[in-house]
Design a protein. Structure first.
Length: 256
């Protein structure tokens, strides 16, 4: 990992999809307000979220349901033909933000792990003894198969439902991202899809000559970022807003 405390950035770019960044941007602005020259906080989404059409009905009534993301909750909540299937199920979320979305959209509580990722979920006691249980995973198209694979090896019956897809930003948005990159900002990256899209939009090669500097949220992302030639300025403890804010505070105030 490369860290250069002498680097100064005039802007920090939040890259989460539309609708998922206002609170994070405001928290970052507040956290850095006491700096002599606080960086601008800007939003350039690297992923465009679109609902999948004609999501099929499932005949199962699951014992347990996992929501992979806030987008999974949001788009599932609009599917009236599926909502009733989870009425009596125990609900789980990958992280705190997703659990909050469950509360907002479904008026239910969802358990989430302290380590807010798939590995953290799989370490919960409820996901250890699952022999014969029916699990339902609500997710976006593609993504990691870890949860499904591990639950199957532990004896669970697992069904997945894709309710949205991740797309590249519009061509107009891509041009804005390319222009922003010329000023060499600090990009906040919290998913492999966002990292891959940034690499593709900027037409980067897999070497460090492009000098694109990022903050990432996991070891898995760190490995991918280094493979693609990004310079990792810092790594947060996770993808939750408070973890990202603390990471940015540590980076900028330690430069003084």
């Amino acid at each position: 990992m490369t860290t250069d405390a002498a680097i100064e950035f005039d802007s920090i770019v939040v890259t989460r999809p539309l609708g998922q960044s206002p609170e994070l941007a405001a928290k970052l602005q507040h956290a850095l307000a006491s700096l002599d020259k606080p960086p601008q906080i800007e939003h350039f989404p690297l992923i465009r979220i679109e609902p999948l059409q004609n999501v099929p009905s499932e005949s199962i009534v699951p014992d347990m349901v996992i929501f992979i993301s806030s987008n999974a909750v949001k788009h599932f909540a609009h599917l009236e033909h599926l909502k009733f299937t989870v009425a009596d199920s125990q609900l789980f979320a990958v992280g705190e933000n997703t659990a909050k979305s469950v509360k907002d959209y479904l008026s239910r509580d969802a358990f989430y792990p302290q380590k807010m990722n798939a590995e953290g979920l799989l370490a919960l006691p409820e996901l250890t003894n699952v022999m014969g249980q029916q699990w339902l995973i609500i997710k976006g198209e593609g993504g990691r198969a870890l949860l499904r694979e591990v639950l199957l090896t532990r004896g669970a019956k697992v069904t997945e439902i894709d309710v949205y897809k991740r797309c590249l930003p519009s061509l107009e948005a891509q041009k804005g991202i390319q222009e922003k990159a010329k000023r060499r900002p600090l990009w906040l990256i919290s998913s492999a899809e966002a990292l891959n899209n940034l690499h593709r939009i900027l037409g980067l090669s897999d070497n460090a000559e492009h000098h694109t500097k990022i903050i990432i949220t996991s070891e898995r992302l760190a490995e991918l970022a280094l493979q693609k030639g990004f310079i990792i300025v810092s790594q947060s403890a996770g993808a939750a807003e408070e973890q990202l804010v603390q990471c940015v505070k540590n980076l900028f105030y330690n430069q003084e």
